[in-house]
Design a protein around this ligand. Structure first.
Ligand code: SF4
Ligand code: FES
Length: 251
């Protein structure tokens, strides 16, 4: 292990341990390549660095054409979901030190959506499904004051409010891989968020939409979605609750 010397920075230790990580990245340029291919890069990183930092370093220092999405860099915007060592994760939430760096770190685009370039996929089909479940409050009345809700009523859908629409769940789902028409876990999670909101009156519309042949019944309960979710949402449970509501109506 080597060290990087930081001078004149009073709050940072004088020496920060560094290590070399080999990043194996699935590249694809539609203007040049017939097929995606793997390319390796060695990068010198520090102990607090994440996979996103390694991608930045490659782009800034080795290959400016490397293409990926990111915005917040802190697990909020949901734009940097990718497959890291075969698992869907957010690059900004995956610390390099938590990976086995005796081997290359494999990074590729999420599966099941059209590949555009390097680590970027076309998210349109994902957001089309999201929009289709009407993920907004539907209420006929226009109250003079705020719509009152008890803490228990609010807690009913708290888990599914945490979704950041990263698509890690939907693109880890084998049903979605084989049939991109399936609404997918993320759309169902966002339907759940409103179906179980006591202020909402659109549950029956959404449940009708999800009772379609491409709706909740396609779920095979593989739990890949729950494992993939960087927000810790109980995705499979939310899907099961929507299935029960389709059968028995909104509780
Ligand atoms: S449910 Fe989780 S994995 Fe799926 S889109 Fe929302 S935040 Fe991402
Ligand atoms: S860059 Fe925003 S969630 Fe990772």
């Amino acid at each position: 292990m080597s060290t990087a010397v930081l001078e004149n920075k009073p709050n940072i230790p004088a020496e920060v341990p560094t290590f070399t990580a080999t990043m194996m990245i699935r590249r694809f340029d539609p203007e040049k390549d017939a097929e995606p291919y793997w390319q390796d890069f060695d990068v010198v990183m520090q102990g607090t660095d994440r996979v996103l930092d390694a991608l930045h370093k490659i782009k800034w220092e080795q290959d400016q054409t490397l293409t990926f999405r990111r915005s917040c860099a802190h697990g909020v915007c949901g734009s940097d979901a990718m497959r890291i060592n075969g698992r869907n994760r957010l690059a900004c939430k995956t610390l390099l030190k938590d990976l086995d760096l005796t081997k290359p770190v494999y990074v590729e685009a999420i599966k099941g959506l059209p590949l555009e370039k390097d680590l970027i996929v076309n998210m349109d089909p994902f957001f089309d499904s999201f929009r289709e479940v009407q993920p907004f409050l539907i209420a006929s009345s226009k109250p003079e004051k705020e719509r009152i809700q008890s803490p228990v009523e609010r807690a009913r859908f708290d888990d599914t409010t945490k979704c950041i629409l990263c698509a890690a769940c939907t693109t880890s789902c084998p049903v979605f891989w084989t049939d991109g028409q399936y609404f997918g876990p993320a759309a169902i999670v966002n339907a759940h968020r409103f179906i179980f909101d006591s202020r909402d009156e659109g549950a029956s519309v959404r449940l009708d939409i999800l009772n379609d042949k491409e709706g909740v019944w396609r779920c095979r309960t593989t739990f890949n979605c729950t494992d993939a979710c960087p927000r810790g949402i109980q995705v499979t449970q939310a899907i099961a609750e929507v299935k029960a509501a389709v059968l028995r109506g909104k509780p």
